[in-house]
Design a protein around this ligand. Structure first.
Ligand code: ADP
Ligand code: MG
Length: 616
């Protein structure tokens, strides 16, 4: 057996070294968040101990108070924080504060490198690498801890946050953890009681346990959600939101619920003001804290809200779940299902209310959370109609940035219009240049312009709304369905079509006279079974082996260019220039549709054609 009283030295993993280096050597605008992180860890530890007691597991010393003690010394510039919480075993100490890379570490580093996020401190909180933020303000840190099991032993961990840390066995009577350090020269304000008090009330006022600063209590410990709705002021509520989420902005809205009946719970839920920077951000952010009878049992109860409402934050407190419920059981429990059902309909109800009474607010919500929210159409069949009523789109008939609902679209449909039309693409500008829109524009038929990548999957899956089919304006038969005029099929057009067909034999499925084109000579459309252009682009981005189905080329027989081609064809149906012109038209249409530059041959042919034209 090794002698545990001799300090043992351990190396940090490579990514941990990077992380610590970054934390220690950056400049901060809010170094005070270290305090919030340490308090939140102590609070977690006290919650775990409370849980341990409540579930009948033995505890070293039952009599120690559940509180967080902070001591600062203005003269010596020292800082310490202590809790009598669950503490850590030797293995936990080594794993939690050293060798095991926390799940968020790499992503955190990635985000910082990409320069995303408002500031590093807010990222530190979000990625669950909170403890290390202490190296913003200290060069060397000591952690003394004893696990709460009756046979738990005590250990001291020390590190300068460079390459290594040491662990040794010590003598400590009480369970729990004490973290202490001397403040760096530029951080000595954190040894002034007045300053520390201000930070605690700002960031940690709603902690679950009393916080004592040099033996004086500084926070209000209170379960805000258990109070009556009208007894909570807006500023208290917003402060609570900020405490809960580490967000610096106000939430967009909230729900304060108290339910008794088949399911009992109290809840205080929020919709944040802003969505995470990217969709994976939802995975790292904690959703809803779950309390069973005032004891926190999960800080990220994902099962309580459906995936498409993942942006909802807050607290749910229910007497209907047992304390020792595991994550798996929470997921499958009928109580959870009931709570989720109620929360879903309440959130949807609030959104409907915004949509009705405060359009600007609703659209703000939709711009932030729409991409996630929309996916509800495909998964929540019970609330599908409500979700459909909450969808919004840009449209060809309305100004940029203006949003329209499916209901408004249908109300504004022309009396004989057959379907709801949409066109998807990267952005509005590109969509407006798309020749496939010409017919609709000329006939004043509204087309939904879909620019959110998610729309490509969501909108086709809607199928029908108020008995009107949703159809892509990219599809070949679309304009035909709407058109009342017959295309003349004279022998000249037939001849020209056959020249196009033979010139493009391997590249397109068919060549047809167009009923949709107005200003452009040709366009490419998907066959009635093919995918629309944007969908194909996404598919090929995701799957290298994906091959797009062949397109149908439509020709505008009324276009002056087409008429000139007819003349060439009449004069000599074997004129070699015809093929060149046709290939040129095809490649141009393809480049436009795919928003990428045409091939080098395109430019070669263009030079030839210009040379010929200018030589005349
Ligand atoms: P997080 O709190 O998100 O898990 P942190 O970096 O803040 O990440 O803390 C890392 C881990 O260290 C915690 O999960 C916990 O296991 C342990 N830890 C930190 N502080 C304490 C404490 N005061 N008491 C017990 N364990 C602690
Ligand atoms: Mg933490």
């Amino acid at each position: 057996m090794s002698n545990q009283t001799t300090p043992q030295t351990y190396e940090y993993k490579a990514e941990m070294k990077q992380l610590l280096h970054l934390i220690a050597h950056s400049l901060y605008t809010h170094p005070e968040v270290f305090l919030r992180e340490l308090i939140s860890n102590s609070s977690d530890a006290l919650n775990k101990l409370r849980f341990r007691k409540a579930t009948g597991q033995p505890v070293l010393d039952e009599s120690l108070p559940a509180e967080i003690r902070i001591s600062v010394d203005e003269k010596k510039h020292t800082f310490s924080i202590e809790d009598f919480g669950v503490g850590m075993t030797r293995d936990e100490l080594i794993n939690n504060l050293g060798t095991v890379a926390r799940s968020g570490t790499l992503e955190f580093l990635e985000q910082v490198k990409q320069g995303q996020g408002a500031d590093k401190e807010s990222l530190i909180g979000r990625f669950g690498i909170g403890f290390y933020s202490v190296f913003m303000v200290a060069d060397e840190v000591t952690v003394e801890t004893r696990h709460a099991a009756p046979d738990g032993r005590a250990f001291r961990w020390t590190s300068t946050g460079s390459g290594q840390f040491t662990v040794e066995e010590i003598d400590r009577k009480a369970q729990g953890t004490k973290i202490s350090f001397t403040l760096k020269e530029n951080s000595q304000q954190f040894s002034q009681p007045y300053a520390v008090k201000g930070i605690i009330t700002r960031y940690s006022n709603f902690a679950d346990f009393p916080i004592l600063l040099n033996n004086e209590k500084v926070n209000t410990v209170e379960a805000l959600w258990r109070r009556k709705k009208d007894e909570v002021s807006e500023s208290e509520r917003n402060e609570f939101y900020k405490f809960l989420t580490n967000d610096t902005d106000e939430p967009m809205g909230h729900l304060h619920l108290s339910l008794e009946g088949t399911v009992n719970f109290k809840a205080l839920l929020f919709i944040p003001g802003k969505a995470p920077l990217s969709t994976w951000g939802y995975q790292h952010e904690k959703t809803v804290h779950l309390y069973a009878n005032k004891i926190m049992i999960q800080d990220d109860a994902k099962a309580l809200v459906p995936e498409y409402l993942r942006f909802v934050k807050g607290v749910v407190d229910t007497p209907d779940l047992p304390l020792n419920v595991s994550r798996e059981v929470t997921q499958s429990s009928p109580t959870t299902a009931r709570i989720r059902k109620v929360l879903t309909s309440k959130v949807l109800g609030m959104l409907q209310d915004w949509a009705k009474t405060d359009r600007e607010k609703y659209e703000k919500f939709y711009r932030e959370f729409g991409p996630l929210f929309k996916t509800g159409v495909q998964v929540d069949f019970e609330n599908r109609d409500t979700i459909l009523s909450l969808l919004r789109f840009e449209s060809s008939k309305r100004g940029a940035g203006e949003l329209v609902s499916l209901k408004q679209y249908v109300e504004a449909m022309k009396p004989d219009q057959k379907a709801i039309y949409y066109l998807s693409g990267e952005n509005r500008q590109m969509l407006e240049r798309n020749p496939n829109l010409e017919y609709f524009r000329k006939n004043e038929i509204e087309v939904l312009l879909l620019t959110d990548p998610v729309d490509v999957f969501i909108v086709p899956s809607i199928g029908e709304y108020e008995k009107k089919k949703l159809e892509s304006a990219d599809k070949a038969d679309v304009a035909e369905a709407e058109s009342k005029v017959e295309t003349p099929q004279d022998s000249l057009s037939k001849g020209l079509l056959s020249v196009f067909r033979s010139a493009l034999a391997d590249t397109v499925e068919d060549v047809r006279p167009s009923k949709r084109l107005v200003d452009s000579p040709v366009t490419l459309v998907a066959g009635s079974k093919g995918m629309d252009a944007q969908m194909e682009k996404l598919m090929s981005a995701m799957d290298k082996n994906f091959t797009a189905s062949k397109k149908i080329m439509e020709i505008n027989l009324e276009h002056p260019l087409t008429k000139n081609l007819s003349k060439l064809y009449m004069a000599d149906s074997n004129d070699p220039r015809l093929k060149n012109y046709i290939l040129q038209l095809y490649e141009g249409a393809l480049a436009l549709e795919q928003n990428r530059p045409p091939s080098p041959e395109f430019f070669k042919r263009m030079t030839e054609i210009m040379e010929e034209a200018t030589g005349k």
